[in-house]
Write a protein that binds this ligand. Structure first.
Ligand code: GLC
Length: 545
């Protein structure tokens, strides 16, 4: 815990609290459940956890609609329990990152209730983006901006003004040009740091600044968060937002060892690097890497770009393969011919899914990611090889994306299904009385109980890789590419570990040295298709031909 720059090489485990462990038997995960499973997280060998929003919320967007930033939602527990959790985690060497949601509040936040009850142009409305509508009677939205979840980004207040919500109608966007908004978040940051948090993952970090003239966007493509090109876009990735970040950073710097990680969907590493300047974020997720197809050339190029891009500002990349917003990576890699797995979830051809290949590639991708310089995030359940639950019945869908997209997108519930802890029993040990989303029957076989201590299981592969990473790779930020043929990716780390990933169908030879870990059993010493290995090569010049 003494390493002040721990975040540069940390592995953080993402806890989607609702779905992690249910301590009180109401079918929803909670702080009590998480406390009871802290030792498990520690046993993985990670450095920190990031907890998705646990604040008081109507849960219209899984808690990203915060009604009170200083209270824990009663379904999750109490502030006392949350504080105890942060203390207990620290005692066993786990830092706790919280989720800061600054772009919008819930429509049930007292500020928004006050704004709705106040007249146009009042101070209460200035904390949000209220605008008159277009047309003679103002009945058309102020501009053509659309919500990320589908539908217009504006909804009408009873008195005729419109308010902006880049996400769900229940998530009004805050106005970051407003001093009260700025002061409030500095206070919220201090509130949690004072209670033991080690920092924050900042939600939609690329949307805080809005063009005060609210111009139309040029095309539909401009709404896509990933295509957003700063700095001239009216709401994505604008330069002014960095002022706010620097303000937060000053506060963070008063608490040694704490840090900020940005969720910033931006167009290029040139833009992402701006978030990583020395007086801004410590980490920013590299989402471009996350969404790549299983292709050595494309991945190598993305890794090289990330390493160079981060280095321009003296930083390192932050890698991630899965989170609570995307189709789980073992499923993505099992859908080779599907351009966007999200579209496939609703009515896609099920025969296109190759689960076995997906799991193999998913495990290989994990060894690739954990072998890279920089930090990494793991999403709960990926250490069990959990796939996306693609066949959730539509009656149980909870993600606002389902309704807002006009039932065209199934949404993100399939990666949020509660964790199977035991081989059998009610909700496989998630809780004592069911789970808020149904778990597939076969998940008992993927449970922690089924994999714990079993050589070759995905769980044990993660544990081994994390242990080896801290033994061999931490502290070394160098990477040297090794020439190794069109379907293989090979790189060597300064500490003398060579990472080899076989993307092809034929087995490949490994360099001379001790094989530390592999994602599949070797065949006659060769690395089989769709797998990866770490080899100790203290003096190697590269792999054998
Ligand atoms: C972020 C969160 C996502 C949420 C959205 C709106 O992208 O990760 O889950 O729906 O922000 O807050």
């Amino acid at each position: 815990m003494s390493d002040i720059r721990w975040w540069r090489h940390a592995v953080t485990y993402q806890v989607y609290l609702r779905s992690f462990a249910d301590g009180n038997g109401d079918g929803t995960g909670d702080v009590a459940g998480l406390r009871s499973r802290l030792a498990y997280i520690r046993s993985l060998g990670v450095d920190a956890i990031w907890i998705n929003p646990w604040y008081e919320s109507p849960l219209h967007d899984g808690g990203y609609d915060v009604a009170d930033y200083r209270r824990i939602d009663p379904r999750f527990g109490t502030l006392e329990e949350a504080t105890a959790l942060m203390r207990e985690a620290k005692e066993i060497g786990l830092r706790v990152m919280l989720d800061l949601v600054p772009n919008h509040t819930s429509s049930e936040h007292r500020w928004f209730e006050e704004a709705m009850a106040s007249p146009p142009d009042s101070p209460a409305r200035h904390r949000y983006h209220f605008r008159p509508g277009r047309g003679p009677d103002g009945s058309r939205p102020p501009n053509n901006w659309r919500s990320v979840f589908g539908g217009p980004a504006w909804s009408r207040a009873p008195d005729g003004e419109w308010y902006l919500h880049l996400f769900d109608v229940s998530q009004p966007d805050l106005n970051w040009a407003n001093d009260q908004v700025r002061a409030e978040f500095v206070d919220i940051i201090r509130f949690w740091l004072d209670r033991g948090a080690s920092g924050f993952r900042v939600d939609v970090a690329n949307a805080l600044d809005k063009d005060p003239l609210y111009p139309d966007v040029a095309s539909d493509r401009d709404h896509m968060i990933i295509a957003a090109e700063g700095p001239d876009h009216p709401f994505w990735d604008r330069d002014l937002l960095h002022e706010v970040v620097r303000e937060w950073r000053e506060v963070i710097d008063e608490y040694p060892g704490t840090m900020l990680v940005a969720e910033a969907w931006v167009a290029s590493w040139d833009r992402l690097a701006l978030y990583l300047r020395p007086d801004e974020y410590h980490q920013a997720f590299d989402f471009r890497f996350m969404l790549l197809p299983w292709d050595p050339e494309v991945m190598r190029e993305a890794i090289a770009t990330a390493l160079t891009g981060a280095a321009t500002v003296g930083s390192v990349p932050t890698w991630v393969l899965s989170n609570h917003d995307v189709v789980r990576h073992v499923t993505r890699y099992g859908l080779e011919s599907v351009p966007d797995a999200r579209d496939w979830l609703l009515e896609g051809d099920r025969s296109l899914l190759d689960e076995e290949t997906g799991l193999r590639r998913g495990r290989a991708a994990t060894l690739l990611m954990l072998g890279l310089p920089g930090s990494a995030y793991l999403y709960q359940g990926e250490e069990l090889g959990l796939p996306e639950v693609h066949d959730l019945p539509i009656e149980v869908l909870d993600d606002p994306v389902w309704a807002r997209s006009g039932h065209k997108q199934k949404g993100r519930d399939g990666c949020r299904v509660p964790i199977p802890w035991n081989k059998d029993g009610s909700s496989f040990g998630f809780g004592v009385d069911g789970s808020w989303l149904p778990q597939p029957e076969e998940w008992g076989g993927l449970s922690v109980e089924a994999q714990d201590g079993v050589p070759g299981s995905t769980l044990e592969m993660y544990r081994t890789a994390l242990r080896l990473r801290s033994e061999h790779l931490v502290g070394d930020e160098s990477l040297e590419w090794v020439e190794s043929g069109p379907t293989t990716m090979t790189f060597r780390r300064g500490s003398g570990v060579t990472v080899v990933v076989n993307f092809g169908q034929d087995p490949v030879a490994l360099p001379e040295g001790e094989v530390l870990v592999s994602s599949r059993d070797l065949r006659d010493g060769m690395l089989p298709a769709d797998s990866a290995a770490w080899v100790a090569t203290p003096d190697a010049d590269g792999p054998r031909a």
